[in-house]
Every structure is written in C-alpha cells, then in structure tokens.
Ligand binder design. Structure first.
Ligand code: F6R
Length: 586
C-alpha cells in the first residue's frame, strides 16, 4: 500500500526522503511526491510514475528545507494523476499531508468543508480533507496538538498520516495503519516501514494505535488520541532491514528466489515460540488457519500436513472471507494467522473477529514488530529478511518450512526432516535455469495456462498460478487434477498449456490419467517431476527427494517460470501493475 514518510533534520532533507521513498516503493508505485517546509508555505513536487522517473524529471530531491514529507501511492480513491498524488495541502498552503489508508467518511467531510468553510478541493482523493480539517482547527487554537486531537475525532476509517506545518512542526498519526518513528542523532523520521530508514538511523519506536507523535526540531513527544503523554520503548533494527538492495541481481524477485537455499534453513528458528504454538494447536479442539493470497495457500497446506502427519483437523479460511462465516467459529478455539507482512488489513480483521469469539491468536510472520505480532499470543518468525518483490517467493517456502516443523512436533518427530537436503535441492535447481528460460521464451505469447496438482500439491498449483498471473499478466489457474474432467477440460485445445506438478509420490498414478485427458485434447503438458514421461511436451526436472518434501521444492520451478516469463513479456516483475506489497486496505 502507500508509503508515508516524514523527516526532520538539521540539513536539507528532500534528497534523503527521495532515497527512502525508493526503498519503500514496493508498497505502492503509481505516483510519488515530496513536500518541504518553508517559512511562508509548504512547497510540493509530485508526479505520476516511479520514484526515479519522476525525480529525474521534476527533481523532488532539490527542494530545500529541513523538514519534509514524502509519499508513494497505490491509488484507492481517485485515479492515478498528478493532482491525486500526495502530498496534499490545505487551501491556505500552510499544512501538507501524506496519508496511507482510507478515510471512510470523506464524502460527508468534503461536503461540509465545501459548504461551511469554502474549501476548494484540488483532487478527488479522500486524503485532502485531512490538511483542510487540520488547518481549520489549527486556526482556532494555534496549537498543533489540539488541532490533531480535533481532527482525528472527525475521521473514520483506518489510516496513518504525516502532517507538515509551515513552521516546521511535523506530526505522525496512527490509527490501524503502521507508523514507525526513527530516532537519529540529528534527525527524526516517520515511516510506514523500517525498510524506509536511512542507514544512519537504527533506533525506532513503534507508534501504537490511536497515538500521534509531534516532532519539533530535534524533539519528539508521543500522545494518545485523548492527549495524554504515551510511553514508548526504543528498539534497534537489524542492519539487514536498512541495507536492502538488489546486489548483483536484476530484480528483487530473482534475488529473493535465489536466497531460498539459505532462508529455508532459518525459518521458525525460535524454539520457545515454536513449542508454544505446537502446544496450543495440539491442545485445541478447533484450529482455524487463515491468510490471504500466498499466505492463504499456506493455510490450505496446513490442512494437508497437519491431518496427514498429526491426525489434526484444521479448517482453512480465507482472511477476507472470515466475516461471512464468523458465526461458525467455535468459541475458545485457536486461530493461526499467516502473513508475511503482518499488516494485511484482511488478516487483521479476521484476527479481530477471532478475538470476539475468544479464539487464541497465534501467528506466523516475517515482521516481528508488525500489527499482527502485537495482536498475537505467540508468533513465529519466518526470519527470511525483507521481501521486496511484490510476488511472495522466499516467504512462501519459509512459511511452508515452519508448517513442516510444527507438523513434525505434533507427531512427535515422525518426520525428522533435515532441511539441508531441501536447501541442497534448491541449490541444484537454481544452478541451471536454462531449460526454464527456454520454456519461457517459447510460451511467452500464450494467453492461458493451467497448473494442476493433487492432494498437497493442489495448493502449490494455486500458488504457482498466482505467481504466473501476478507478474506475467497471463491468465493462470491452479486446479486440483481430479477436477479437470468436471469442467476445465472444456478449455483444452492445441493452444493450451498445462503444468502438471507430478512428483513420484501417491499422486503420480492419478496424474497419469489427467495427462492423458489433456493430451487427448491436443493441449501441451509441462511436467514438473523427478521422473521423465514420454507424454511431457516439456519436462522440468526436479531432484529426487524424500517423498513428503516435494511440496517444498516443486514451487521453485514455478517461481522461475513466472519470473522468466515476465522478463520475456517485458514486465518488471518487482512492480506488477495494480498491485502492491502489504495490502493494508480491505
Ligand atoms: C502473492 C502475494 C500476495 C500476499 C497477500 C498476503 O505473491 O504476495 O497474495 O500473499 O497479499 O500478504 P501477507 O502475507 O503480507 O499478509
């Protein structure tokens, strides 16, 4: 989603803001803007496009001022235009605002501001009501704190914003959207994500819900929405979160795919939390596992793994669907929430629903300081480092590895997995990608592709299809192999490609029938398997590994197919259109 940023220092801050915005671009990248204070007004530069492109053209980094705000946008209200890009200023030009989230009652606020305060709106965003409300309240009290308290009383919705006043005072406000205060020697920073921290700032304080922080020169103070001073603790952020770069790779997506031989080895390496989570799952009569997108596929995998190896029934629920079936949540059950970011609005909503049923909340997350972590009794960390590519890759395999660890504990070490064998298999598959690149070249013009798998390979097929659709824009569908004959076969002809996830396990024989059904309709089969088969038009070989572990390795060729297809089709896989990492709106 959008990233918001504010920086107060004893130097011209615009260029540092542009650098930080570039690091946070994965959150939204349709437009960008920067504003700095100046004694008489707020100076704004903004435009449509990615940070570098816009900056090269309008030089946002050359603005001069010691306090500034910045934004990268993922449009929700109002099209992708320069007028709708943030920062937005009030009518007098004395207050600028960058905002993440949604102001649900902006239509009525806007009408009131137009009618009763002669405000003329310049954009069609929900955001523009904020600087105008602030200005009206500030004019009354000449007190920043009071103006914020009055304004938040008026706003409905989930939001975080940073407001810059022309005298250089800056305020960060948090209401259900992330906001972090970075504390440097000579500078203070507000950011949606620690990834945006410049290298010289590693101490942070997480602003809690319904709190705001006022920054005046090098001083800050945190308050709750009632105006009481709030206590805060200061944490140190590991360097890996600040020095996020592509290194020698062309894209974050491929860098993150190639990190998996290492990340798979450290997933969930927190003995106590793992044991606690196992204990809760073991002792609960009812366990719900929830997530969105890729993380939902993990919830489905949990069902297969836990039932197969631990005889434990779990129910998977898509986070965004939870509220429509909340009546079926058995009171006092366990809700295991899966999320890379820990900030997805849908997952936070499902957790809130679970809490109304007294469910015990457990979670699996990559960001240990995320909102989800704070809502959970126990969380277990993926430990895979920041994932910047919009398509989840390394987080998926880390999530799966943790599920295997939990399943193993639930069945008293019946699996006894050695993840080094998985890591070695990854190395092997990644050491030669030429066949997948050739495949991508030869199928780059296709319009539809199907991925089939049976049993635990079915959610992997869904995940593979999701990767393909989100970064190649090819329509891709993940289907349970046995379902082909119940409908999808109608779509098969000589222009259709079907990827069959076909490891040599108990799904192999049944897949043979699916392959015949596909071939009889002249469609092409791409087999992902450790075994060759004369019926494959393309064979993507995976290493032979212990049978239970195929799900962990068969996803790698699917990630690579998606990546190389994106390149063949001229798409930047890191920034697919219309998407953003960390979806903080419902
Ligand atoms: C797909 C993808 C998304 C996320 C989904 C949930 O590649 O990245 O589908 O999986 O938005 O995000 P988290 O896991 O951060 O809650």
């Amino acid at each position: 989603m959008c990233s918001i940023l504010g920086l107060s220092g004893d130097y011209d801050v615009a260029s540092a803001i542009v650098d930080s915005l570039q690091k946070m671009e994965y959150r939204g990248y349709d437009s960008v803007g920067v504003a700095v204070n100046n004694d008489s007004e707020i100076l704004v530069k903004k435009g449509v496009g990615k940070v570098k492109v816009v900056n090269d053209s309008i030089h946002m980094d050359k603005l001069t001022g010691n306090v500034g705000i910045g934004h990268t946008r993922w449009a929700t209200h109002g099209g992708v235009t320069t007028e709708n890009a943030h920062p937005h200023t009030c009518n007098t030009g004395s207050i600028g605002v960058v905002h993440n989230g949604i102001i649900e009652n902006y239509v009525e606020l806007r009408k009131d501001l137009e009618k009763n305060h002669n405000v003329v709106f310049k954009s069609s965003t929900d955001t523009e009501v904020i600087p105008n409300l602030l200005q009206i309240y500030f004019e009354k009290s000449h007190d920043v704190k009071k103006a914020i308290m009055d304004t938040v009383q008026k706003l409905k919705g989930h939001y975080a914003f940073v407001a810059l006043f022309k005298d250089g005072q800056m305020v960060g406000v948090r209401n259900h959207e992330p906001l972090v205060l970075g504390i440097g020697r000579n500078d203070l920073l507000l950011t949606s994500d620690v990834v945006g921290l410049p290298e010289n700032i590693s101490s942070v304080s997480y602003i809690e819900d319904k709190q705001f922080v006022i920054i005046n020169k090098n001083k800050y103070r945190i308050y709750d929405f009632e105006g009481n001073v709030a206590q805060s603790s200061i944490k140190t952020i590991p360097k890996s979160y600040q020095n996020v770069s592509k290194g020698l790779y062309e894209h974050f997506t491929i860098k993150e795919i190639f990190e998996q031989p290492k990340t798979i080895l450290v997933a969930g390496e927190e003995k106590n939390n793992l044991e606690k989570i196992v204990e809760f799952i073991r002792d609960s009569d009812y366990v719900y596992v929830t997530g969105s997108g890729t993380s939902y596929h993990i919830a489905v995998i949990a069902k297969y793994l836990f039932s197969r190896f631990a005889g434990k029934k779990v129910e998977h629920v898509m986070a965004s669907e939870m509220k429509y079936s909340s009546q079926y949540i058995i009171p006092n059950s366990t809700l295991f929430a899966i999320s890379q970011s820990g900030e997805s609005a849908d997952i936070l909503e499902s957790v809130a629903i679970g809490k109304t049923k007294n469910a015990k909340i457990l979670s699996m997350i990559n960001s240990k300081n995320s909102s989800l972590a704070r809502e959970s009794l126990y969380s277990i960390g993926l430990n895979c480092g920041p994932e910047i590519g919009v398509a989840a890759t390394k987080s998926f395999t880390s999530q799966m590895a943790i599920l295997y660890k939990i399943a193993d504990k639930l069945c008293d070490d019946c699996l006894g997995i050695n993840f080094n064998t998985v890591s070695d298999a990854y190395e092997k598959m990644l050491s030669n990608t030429s066949k997948i690149r050739e495949l991508a070249k030869s199928i780059k013009h296709i319009q539809n592709i199907f991925v089939i798998g049976r049993g635990i390979h079915y959610p992997i097929a869904k995940e593979g299809a999701l990767k393909i659709k989100e970064i190649t824009y090819i329509h891709a569908e993940g289907i349970a192999g046995g379902e082909l004959k119940h409908g999808p076969l109608a779509l098969m002809d000589s222009s259709t490609y079907v990827i069959v996830i076909n490891p040599d396990d108990d799904s192999y024989v049944d897949n043979a029938s699916s392959i015949h059904e596909i071939k009889s309709r002249n469609a092409k089969v791409i087999g992902i398997s450790n075994k060759p088969d004369a019926n494959y038009d393309y064979w993507i070989e995976i290493p032979t590994i212990r049978t239970d572990l195929y799900p962990l390795i068969e996803i790698i060729p699917l990630q690579l197919i998606a990546y190389y297809l994106a390149l063949e089709r001229g798409i930047d896989p890191d920034y697919p259109k219309n998407l953003a990492k960390s979806v903080t709106v419902k």
